[in-house]
Design a protein. Structure first.
Length: 463
């Protein structure tokens, strides 16, 4: 399941009432349209940069590895490890957007440098073990309803997948050695959504097929807080292809060798104390998926979000799962009870901040909601403080949509504070990232208009 984390802003304006003496109205749509230049600056795109190694204990990472490698997302057990044995070559089908091609080059460079994989773009005429196809989003939805992107084994391309989709050839649990796989990514979504799909689906083509909600620092988590492969993910992939392991091994065989593999690859993890980890029960997963599913009624989705939160609280969780349940509840309360929504967002922020720090990507995602709340109240200094903490985290996580949104909020706050030149510079800088995060100019303009509409229009008491 993909694209669960959304940036919700427009309804938050109703969450508070700004000081009446100073605020007599908000910008009109025409005024908001004038904030953007007639021609947008060039799109910005992240360059490949190594990420920080995971700080977690090897004993915990070993448990995560086994749960990721020997179970499907559905809960089905995988009896034997499967991986590519030998060099992996990757081809990108014709017609793919240029941004996806550049992101693929960056990803393959990182996989070589950080995961130490023998992986590269296939030369002309060379057989590719992983094929990346880019059908339209509508084609993907018609063929696999509910999927934003996915990966399948044993086929080389979209048409071969369609011919075999109702047979047993696409069953990952029957593999012992991987020879071919095809990644399906929609070509008509934002560059960032394509990039996020690329990272997760190529990683799954190479290695683990499961997602775990209890992972705080991984793309192998359906909360989608991380879009680009993390230090944890690179370690998992490096261990997956360690010479001590091989295709066809059982869980017990891998478990016996894994401590030695991790001690060699991640010696710092030997000196970290293990944390008690509570597995995520199916009831919580079902509840959170029900809360985030666009197909359910508002009442049913709110009930599911509350159920997820109650399960998390009863379990005593103080980690990303409680934070995500609170975030889901806040999203669903925006239309009916904006004050309660803000309360849920604040609680989620505190959970994330206490567990992962003020500068974490988790806290940064909730900072959007808090900054929007403060902006609507005309509290420029509070917006500037919140965005100053969150922007570096968004940049480190390579989340352009989040980065651009935070910068737009900051620009509005600078305007409120009378710092017009700084506001213009920050707003202009946000536009390059917004094109990568949101896509075409129309989407960029819509996002900026939403944020501008939150900001109060300053007027004197006599007007």
């Amino acid at each position: 399941m993909r694209r669960l984390v959304l940036l919700v802003l427009p309804l938050l304006a109703a969450a508070c009432t700004p000081p009446a003496a100073e605020v007599a109205g908000r910008r009109s749509p025409m005024a908001e349209a004038n904030l953007l230049p007639a021609q947008l600056p060039p799109m910005k795109q992240f360059k490949p940069t190594p990420v920080q190694p995971t700080p977690r204990a090897n004993a915990d990472i070993a448990e995560d590895f086994l749960d990721l490698a020997f179970r499907m997302e559905s809960g089905r057990e995988i009896e034997r490890l499967s991986r590519f044995e030998g060099p992996v070559r990757v081809s990108l089908a014709s017609g793919a957007p240029a941004t996806l091609s550049r992101d693929l080059d960056h990803l393959l460079a990182r996989l070589r440098d950080e995961a130490r994989l023998d992986i590269a773009t296939a030369a002309p005429g060379e057989v590719a073990q992983i094929v990346i196809e880019t059908p339209s989003r509508a084609d993907i939805q018609r063929t696999v309803p509910g999927a934003a992107c996915f990966v399948v084994p044993r086929v080389a391309g979209w048409e071969e997948f369609r011919r075999n989709r109702n047979g047993t050839a696409l069953d990952w649990t029957t593999l012992e050695t991987r020879e071919r796989a095809t990644v399906m990514i929609p070509r008509d979504v934002s560059p960032q959504e394509m990039r996020d799909c690329l990272h997760e689906e190529v990683a799954q083509a190479l290695g683990p097929l499961n997602d775990l909600y209890e992972l705080p620092d991984s793309v192998f988590n359906d909360d989608n807080i991380h879009g680009a492969l993390t230090g944890f993910d690179m370690l998992i992939l490096r261990a997956y292809y360690a010479p001590e392991l091989a295709s066809g091994m059982t869980r017990d065989e891998v478990a016996a060798r894994l401590p030695g593999v991790l001690a060699r690859l991640h010696p710092a993890g030997e000196r970290v104390a293990s944390e008690a980890r509570t597995p995520t029960p199916r009831a919580w997963i079902d509840a959170i998926e029900g809360a985030m599913s666009p197909g359910g009624s508002p009442a049913r989705r709110r009930s599911a979000a509350q159920s997820a939160m109650h399960i998390a609280e009863r379990a005593g969780w103080q980690d990303n799962r409680l934070g995500f349940a609170l975030y889901a509840e806040g999203r669903l309360l925006l239309g009916s009870d904006p004050g309660a929504a803000v309360g849920a967002f604040k609680r989620a922020f505190e959970v994330y901040r206490a567990r992962y720090g003020n500068s974490s990507i988790h806290a940064a995602l909730l900072s959007v909601q808090l900054a929007a709340y403060h902006l609507s109240a005309g509290e420029a200094d509070a917006v500037l403080a919140v965005t100053a903490r969150a922007i570096p985290a968004a940049r480190r996580a390579e989340n352009a949509a989040l980065l651009a949104t935070l910068m737009m909020l900051r620009a509005e706050a600078l305007d409120l504070a009378g710092r017009k030149r700084e506001a213009e510079a920050v707003r202009l800088d946000s536009l390059g990232w917004a094109q990568y995060g949101f896509g075409p100019a129309q989407a960029v303009r819509a996002r900026m208009a939403e944020i501008a509409a939150l900001a109060p229009r300053r007027m004197s008491k006599g007007n």
